[in-house]
Design a protein around this ligand. Sequence first.
Ligand code: FMN
Length: 143
Amino acid sequence: MEQAAEFLERYYILNGTIVHGDKRGKKIGYPTANIQAGNDHKVFPKKGVYAVWARVEGDYHGGMMNIGVRPTFDGESQTLEVHIFDFSGDIYGKEIQVQFVSRIRDEQAFSGIEELKARLDKDKEEALNKLKKRTPDIAKQRN
Ligand SMILES: Cc1cc2nc3c(=O)[nH]c(=O)nc-3n(C[C@H](O)[C@H](O)[C@H](O)COP(=O)(O)O)c2cc1C
C-alpha cells in the first residue's frame, strides 16, 4: 500500500456512501460505517485491515478499515467498513472518501467477539502509529 501511494503520488482512494450495517460493532466499542462504493468498476484492495484517512463532510479523520467477509460471524458477502477514531455522529447517507495509508493484517476468523475486540485494540494502536507518520492528502484528492 505504501508503494502504491509512492507510485501514484497520492493514496489509493475509495469513494462511497455510508450505509447501515448490522450494528454489532457498536457493542464492542468499535462502531463502523459501512460503505457502498460509488463506482461499480472499483478495484478494491485485497481483503484485510488497513490504516486509513477518512474524509467526511470536509473533515479528515484517522481510522481503520476492514475489507472482507467477516469470517468470525460466518459472513458471506464482502463488506467495506471503517471505524473512525474518536468520532461520534450520525453520518448515514453521507459521502466518504477513504485514503489507504498502510496494510495492517489479513482478515481472520476469531473464536468470538471478545477475541475480535482484543485484536481491534491492537489494530488501533498500529493504525495510530502508521497515521502519525503520514498526513491526509488534502488538495490532491478533492472531488
Ligand atoms: C478494523 C477492523 C478489523 C476487522 N477485522 C475483522 C476480522 O479479522 N475478522 C472478522 O470476522 N471481522 C472483522 N471485522 C469486522 C467486524 O466483525 C465488524 O465490524 C463487526 O461485526 C460489526 O459489524 P456491524 O457494525 O456491521 O454489525 C473488522 C472490523 C474492523 C473495523
